[in-house]
Design a protein around this ligand. Sequence first.
Ligand code: ATP
Ligand code: MG
Length: 394
Amino acid sequence: MTRSRARVGPQSTKAAPRLDVDGLLDDTSVGIVVCCGSGGVGKTTTSAALGLRAAERGRRVVVLTIDPARRLAQSMGIAELDNTPRPVAGIDATAGGSLDAMMLDMKRTFDEVVESQASPEKAAQILANPFYVAVSSSFAGTQEYMAMEKLGQLDQDARRTGRWDLIVVDTPPSRSALDFLDAPERLAGFLDGRFMRLLLAPAKGPARLMTAGFGLVTNALTRIIGAQVLRDMQTFVTAFDTLFGGFRQRAQRTFELLQADGTAFLVVAAPEPDALREAAYFVERLKEERMPLAGLVVNRASRPPEGDLSADRAMAGVERLRATGETSPASEMTAGLLRLHADRVRIVERETRLRRSFATSHPDVATAVLPALATDVHDLDGLRTIGDLLGSQC
Ligand SMILES: Nc1ncnc2c1ncn2[C@@H]1O[C@H](COP(=O)(O)OP(=O)(O)OP(=O)(O)O)[C@@H](O)[C@H]1O
Ligand SMILES: [Mg+2]
């Protein structure tokens, strides 16, 4: 208790090392940048801004975004879901770079995996099965899994065609930042699960059907969910079972890709206790999984107000004004502005304390602080501004 108190005290904390964003984007040995973090912290904005900045600094970039806000998607020319990267118009290509962008279509990506793994007839059979439709569009973690799947595909395309030398990956708006790391395992676990095995067993051949145990289970299930539904389910699971090895292997390959030296993770967080706690878990988890962390982006930080008037002195000014007994609009307004100033100073101090506390427990994590802009980021200019702010950290 005393120790943890001591850790957040101003004397015992220190500032984090600065994250050299341009150094990262210019490093040609880095081929994948993954922006992750908990919901709503600015992952999509950061990925798009980094993609644009890297492209304008001369790299050939593809950005994989997940559910970007409609206006941002429109400004990048990716409002249409076709699951294929498209060139982004309006970028400055004088340094020789290019920017392609795409928005993940989860269902389409799942279909593509099935199509690439099964014979055409079998693929058609799976795609038409009602259980496939349900699993592919609603299984918890599917979006996370498919984002990683798409990353694997883009990486292969990049190697094959040489069209891109940098892939910037956004991650889904999960409740927990860790979900996308767990998703492949969870999907594999689901397909490998006992329930699936049970369903699969009777479909494996008449001999198995004869066994009393399975017969009973199947009969019970038939009564509960109906013969047609059960048949659909069994057909789905049988068909899927043949793809299953492929799924596991792909998940394994993607994991290895994420662990490779050419990959850099950026954890995005808001300057709030929950988001930074989540970021801390994430940093630790990446370390455990031996995935290369480039740094932390603390997004939407409050800008310090002009001048060096402290919160206490501003509030003392309010007191002094009150003591004069003056109630003119000018004095009311001055008191209001002083209060506002004090609030902002305190917020900035609190955020600095939180960041320092994070830096104290994770001293090696390079950090960039990105201020909150006055408006949402919904066009290339906004992304450029974010990129400039990220690039001017050193
Ligand atoms: N530094 C910033 N200044 C102002 N607005 C910002 C900033 N960063 C992000 N935003 C805005 O905050 C909103 C959420 O950002 P964004 O969509 O990038 O978050 P996210 O982490 O991708 O969210 P989700 O988890 O839902 O996918 C957007 O409207 C975006 O324009
Ligand atoms: Mg997002």
